[in-house]
Structures are given as C-alpha cells and as structure tokens.
Write a protein that binds this ligand. Structure first.
Ligand SMILES: NC(=O)c1ccc[n+]([C@@H]2O[C@H](COP(=O)([O-])OP(=O)(O)OC[C@H]3O[C@@H](n4cnc5c(N)ncnc54)[C@H](OP(=O)(O)O)[C@@H]3O)[C@@H](O)[C@H]2O)c1
Length: 332
C-alpha cells in the first residue's frame, strides 16, 4: 500500500505522512496487550507506515525491546525508527530529571542500539532540553554519532523557537516532535513558523489529545491521563462536550471525531507528520483512513469553531511536566 509521502524537512528523506507512536504499548496508558501491540506495528507496516516512534524511557527499555520483537524477519529495513532519550526515571517510574550531556547521549545510544538489535537509529532526539547542558553540546554529540554512522538524522522534542535556532545552527535538524492538535495549538504562535524558516519538519503527537478525542478513559494510577489536567473531574465534562461537537460534524460524512482530528492536523501543512498512538489494528486502520478525508475550507472552519483551543479546559501536562517544556517558555 502507498501512503502519501512528503519530504521530511531538509533531511533528504521522503516519508509517509503518518507515523505510529508506540509509547502506549509499554507505558502511560494503562495495561497493553503485547500481541495486539505487535499486530498493530505489523498492520502499520502493511498499510505503508514507516515511522515508528519510541523512547528509551518508555517502559524503561521495554518499548524498544517490543519494537525489536515486532521487527524481526526483515521488517527493520522497512521501518524508520525514531528514538527519544534523556528522561531520567527511578524504578517506580517517577521522573527524576534529564541528562543530555554528551557522555549520556553516547551511552544512551549504545544501550538503545543493543535493545533494538540494530546498527543505526533513523531519528535520534533528546526528549527535553536539559537545563544544565547547552543544546549545542547535546546536538554536537549526536552529530558525532551521525558521523560515525550510528544515527541517520537528528531530531528535537518540545523545544521553543530560540533553542530550535541554536540547535539548527549546530547541525541540520530534521524534525521537531511536539504536541499539536485541535486542542493544543500553541506551536502556531511562533514555533511552527520557526520550523518552516529552518526547514524542520514537525512530528505531531497528542493529535487525539491522549485519547480524549477518541473517547479513552484513564485506567488507573499509572495512567498518565489520571493526572492530566484535561482529564481531571473539573475539566473533563467541558472537554468531552467539545469532542461531542466534533463527532457530530464527523457523523455527517461518516467519519469519527478521531479521523477529523487527524485530518485537521494533516491539513495544517505538508511538513507536519502526525504520530498516532494506536494500540490496536482497528484503531490504526481508522487513523490511516483519515488520510483520505478531504476537508473543504468550510469544513475546516466548522471543525475549528466546534473545538476552539481557547475553550479547552486544563493544560496539556501537570505542572511539573509543563515546567520541563522549553516550548512553553514565553518570549523566545
Ligand atoms: N515528544 C514527547 O514529549 C511525546 C509525548 C507523548 C507522546 N509522544 C509520542 O507520540 C506518540 C503519540 O502520542 P499519544 O499516544 O499521546 O497520542 P494520541 O494519539 O493523541 O493518543 C493515543 C490514544 O488515543 C487513543 N486512540 C488511538 N487511536 C485511536 C483511534 N483511531 N480512535 C480513537 N482513539 C484512538 C488510544 O487510547 P487507548 O489506548 O485508551 O485505546 C491511544 O492510547 C506516542 O506514542 C509517543 O511515541 C511524544
């Protein structure tokens, strides 16, 4: 199957417009079924998806090992593997800072290559800006790994405009990974135009607002959504009303709210590659079908009016998570 493909920033790589986010298969969204997760990765590949997004801290290596198992038998060659690193967690899964020093970059990459059973990573990214390390040092170290052949392209995650410019001045940056959806439009103020000026693609996550737009419910204390302000009891009803308004528009043309949300992000520009966190083949198929949803200017206006970002209740992360986002710092 052929999906629409577009240049991935100025990396020289052409990629299908949709990527699969694998995080929820190991962490953050409650229990996941390993067999279904692997079936979802296979279904994505059969549908023509290349980008598989993971992080070394998703299940503390578990997500990379899951990907390795799913990609046995010649599937690795069809995959464009994107890995985030640098987030520090204790054995209980609690966050304990970031480490993006050059030595940490190289050590983390070594473990990742072993866990994935591969000789290179297609896109390697610090998960957050490490406030103790100049971004030039982190990007410079990944650049050495590009030179050595262990990394193909460098990405960044949740950086603000000023840090993006510093990173790109150090080494070509292929993509910025950042939350972007009908509910989270912060990048439109300055970050998106900075990416475009620098030739950096955007890999958008949270396109379904962590399942809020798909009707997911938190499944226990270890579920990120249990602590997400958007899912909190005081905010959930208002946010669900916005989803219902979106679903009503979708029903007119036989599409789900999730499909409209994906199609809306796709409509924002050819340089934006949504990463969908599907954990089941049927959800993946629904997301892939969104690539065929054609939205007229009138439909786009109705969708944006049904779910204005200003009406969304609650920040996209709890306070400690918001504090770690360079992208949320004003005045850059
Ligand atoms: N750079 C960063 O800081 C960062 C942060 C978060 C995520 N990410 C990456 O981005 C990827 C995507 O993010 P995400 O998983 O948070 O975003 P998402 O796609 O907004 O949400 C995923 C959730 O939506 C539900 N869902 C999936 N497909 C659906 C469909 N077709 N219809 C309805 N609901 C559907 C699922 O809920 P259920 O599981 O409840 O069924 C799933 O867990 C992650 O896997 C990860 O690789 C990066």
């Amino acid at each position: 199957m052929t999906l629409p493909q577009r240049p991935f920033g100025q990396s020289g790589q052409i990629l299908p417009r949709l990527g699969l986010g694998c995080m929820g298969m190991s962490d953050f969204y409650g229990p996941a079924d390993r067999g279904l997760s692997i079936a979802t990765i296979h279904a994505a590949q059969e549908a023509g998806v290349a980008m598989l997004d993971t992080g070394d801290f998703y299940g503390m290596g578990d997500n990379e090992m899951l990907l390795r198992a799913a990609l046995e038998g010649g599937r690795r060659e069809r995959a464009f593997i994107a890995v985030k690193f640098g987030a520090q967690r204790d054995p209980s899964g609690n966050w304990c800072g970031y480490d993006a020093r050059p030595s940490a970059v190289k050590t983390a990459l070594s473990y990742t290559l072993k866990r994935l059973g591969t000789d290179h990573i297609d896109l390697y990214m610090p998960a957050r800006l490490d406030p103790a390390v100049p971004i030039e040092d982190t990007i410079g170290a990944i650049g050495e790994m590009v030179q050595a052949g262990y990394v193909r392209h460098i990405g960044v995650s949740e950086l603000g405009a000023a840090s993006l410019r510093r990173a790109a001045a150090t080494h070509p940056i292929a993509a910025l990974q950042i939350e972007y959806s009908l509910m989270s439009r912060g990048i439109e103020a300055e970050i998106l135009s900075t990416c475009r000026a620098l030739g950096i693609a955007v890999t958008a996550y949270g396109v379904l607002s962590r399942g809020l737009i798909g009707g997911s419910v938190p499944s226990g204390a270890r579920d990120f959504r249990q602590h997400s302000p958007r899912f909190s009891p005081e905010n959930l009803a208002a946010n669900r009303a916005l989803v219902a308004a979106l679903a009503a528009i979708g029903a007119e043309s036989g599409h789900s709210a999730a499909q409209l949300a994906i199609a809306w992000v796709l409509s924002r520009g050819d340089d934006i590659f949504p990463l969908i966190g599907a954990r089941r083949p049927d959800r993946l198929a629904e997301a892939v079908a969104a690539l065929n949803v054609v939205l007229s200017p009138e439909s786009l206006a109705r969708i944006a009016a049904a779910m204005p970002a200003s009406a969304v209740q609650g920040a996209r992360y709890p306070a400690h998570g918001m504090a770690s986002l360079d992208s949320e710092r004003a005045g850059e």
